[in-house]
Design a protein around this ligand. Sequence first.
Ligand SMILES: Cc1ncc(COP(=O)(O)O)c(C=O)c1O
Length: 349
Amino acid sequence: MARLHDPEHRGFASDNYAGVLPEVLEAVAEANLGHQGAYGADAYTAALAERVRELFGEAAQAYPVFNGTGANVVALSAVSDRFSAVVCADTGHIHVDEGGAPEKVAGLKLFVVPTAGGKLTPEAIAAAVPDRAGDEHWAQPRVLSVAQSTELGTVYTPDELRALAEYAHERDWLLHIDGSRLANAAASLGTSLRAITTDVGADVVSVGGTKSGLLGAELVLVLNPGAARGTAYVRKLSMQLASKQRFLAAQFLALFEGDRYLRVAGHANAMARLLAELVGAIDGVTITQSVQSNAVFAELPRAASERLMDRVPFYFWDEIRGEVRWMCAWDTTEADVRSFADLVRAELA
Ligand SMILES: Cc1ncc(COP(=O)(O)O)c(C=O)c1O
């Protein structure tokens, strides 16, 4: 098959625009020969279960799925009842970017809390979600869902997550972490994955892989098996059970080899920091969010953004304010960042 694009063409639209880590493609090819049991009855899924226990603790159970929305739907459904509600940030991917899947597929009501910088706090939740436990007229909150890193590129510290877990558990809620970019958060904090999940008291986690350079695989990670019921059944009925699951597991095995997941995420974070430093110094550009992972949010004159978008892919995050989001990926190079900063400088000169 002929290549249909310029292999040197990279932009800042999304970490999903990036290709696949070569080691992951090799792992998929390696897993390709011979027959293996379907639906998870294969050697790669078994090896991944073991690796996940090493990374997240003995109780951790991993359920590979196809995508992040599916991971969130399965994770939230597995720990909820039909009458449950989920508390999340106003910026939450589950609220604004999943086409209503948590409501429509999982059937869960979302209580949305206004946040600053995409981060929930116990105080913000208390101010937005009244205590109506036991009131049959009120959908009963069962899950507090936070994104780590957040949709605005910010990162919760382990203490902040612990405080949220305590707040949730005191009310008999559970803590779900949407870890679509969990590795970016761990790399940013200099912690292990375990330190921001198991050790802070999270009950269920959606662990991202695609944004870290997988072809397409995420995990539903159950850390509190007593709280999750029928996760395997929920995954199947949510259409997230892969028949050839060995290829999802093989991708994660490659990502979790040594500390590759931290290195690739740390690289993307470093590129975002460099980009923020270079463009933040340009007159006419305001960096609008604290740069703590692989995302840079900025405001600049709308016409300049539009002309830049014609040359390098990225898009408006907030159309009304003209705020843009620049994402760095595992394959973003320092040269990409420097030449983009030069373009922005020339555009605003
Ligand atoms: C915070 C967050 N959660 C979940 C997802 C899952 O997305 P998808 O269903 O596109 O894999 C994304 C993707 O952008 C995300 O940013």
